[in-house]
Ligand binder design. Structure first.
Ligand code: KG4
Length: 337
């Protein structure tokens, strides 16, 4: 089955052509990051306009690079939730047009389920059940993946996402947008014990997380230093931040794996590209005898290959949308379309 998949939930326009879920025939990505960098974050209106201007060319390119003609496509998969509503609507409308013109099924995909599916592309042998932590710019979720389309939320952030912490920290340090990769590089020479940062626990919800206090703590450290004319050791602050986020994520995932009797754990989403977090998960997996799946960096951030992969499993489970499909800014990952 050959699926053309579309991802436009935030500031990346992405189109892929996938065969039978896991084989990537082509995966094209146009990042708008430089268009948003001057504003220090994603501007929804600009994101929608850039998706609209780019999506047609990108689809032609994806088909050309896959060596596939439109008539050979079996279905169109598209991220329909969650995300920026205007940005999602560009992808959903384009997908509807293509599916209607070609007379083929339209498959709606949940963006976070797509992030989980990035692991299936990277690891052909991986099958549910497994425990997965999805950490991105907008979401931080620990999920028990019981089946390809049977996903149970074990824990989630009560406030900000982990990626939001990295992006805001980078912003106050003048490192630009998106901040995660720059902070990751900067942290290499830092002392992760120099700044004490909060990693709160939530009463009677051992798997839930909170990142807003951590974000505020970093911002306050920078502002206080500025007011006192003191210099910040930026490398050490970056290293302390990565260590703290890791300290919030890793023990929860290990504990959840034990409680749900899972021997496999996976990480997903843009923040899963962080070198400290990857290293700490590796160490914890070895210590607790868990098999760890870490997708390559290109599959951690937003891409369309993961949407095509999850779309394949959604279609196999009977998920198919009509021309009345609507985009949704919010949607629970365990909910079906
Ligand atoms: O998954 P993603 O590309 O988009 C969303 O669906 O949100 O994640 C983007 C987030 C941003 O917050 C970015 O700063 C963060 O992932 N990120 C990182 C790293 N690479 C990207 N955070 C920490 N370390 C990294 N190496």
């Amino acid at each position: 089955m050959i699926i053309l998949s579309i991802e436009t939930s935030c500031d990346e326009t992405a189109i892929a052509v996938m065969r039978n879920g896991r084989e990537t025939l082509s995966s094209e990505l146009y990042s708008q990051a430089d268009k948003h960098a001057i504003y220090g974050g994603v501007v929804p209106e600009i994101a929608s306009r850039n998706h609209a201007a780019t999506i047609g060319h990108l689809a032609e390119l994806a088909l050309k690079n896959a060596g596939i003609a439109k008539k050979d496509l079996d279905a169109i998969a598209v991220t329909a939730a969650p995300g920026l509503i205007g940005a999602l609507l560009v992808g959903v409308s384009f997908a509807k047009g293509l599916a209607m013109a070609l007379g083929i099924p339209l498959i709606p995909v949940h963006h976070i389920r797509g992030h989980i599916a990035a692991n299936y592309i990277a690891y052909p042998e991986l099958e549910p059940p497994f425990l997965c932590v999805i950490v991105s710019g907008g979401n931080s979720i620990i999920a028990d993946v019981r089946g390809y389309t049977d996903i149970h939320i074990v824990g989630r952030s009560r406030d900000d996402a982990a990626g939001e912490c990295f992006d805001k920290a980078a912003r106050v340090l003048g490192l630009g947008y998106p901040g995660g990769p720059a902070l990751d590089r900067l942290s290499a020479g830092g002392d992760d014990t120099l700044y004490a940062l909060p990693s709160p626990a939530i009463d009677s919800a051992p798997y839930d997380m909170s990142f807003s206090g951590l974000k505020t703590a970093v911002v306050n450290i920078v502002h206080n230093a500025e007011q006192k004319g003191e210099t910040i050791d930026t490398a050490s602050l970056a290293a302390s931040l990565a260590k703290t986020v890791s300290t919030i994520l890793v023990p929860r995932v290990v504990l959840a794996a034990k409680e749900f009797s899972r021997s496999k754990i996976a990480i997903a989403g843009g923040v899963a590209a962080n070198s400290r977090i990857r290293a700490d998960f590796l160490e914890a997996a070895e210590k607790h005898n868990l098999t760890l799946f870490t997708p390559p960096l290109a599959l951690c951030g937003d891409n369309a290959a993961m949407i095509g992969c999850q779309g394949f499993y959604e279609y196999r489970a009977g998920v198919c949308a009509g021309m009345n499909l609507d985009a949704r800014a919010t949607m629970n990952v365990s909910e079906a379309f």
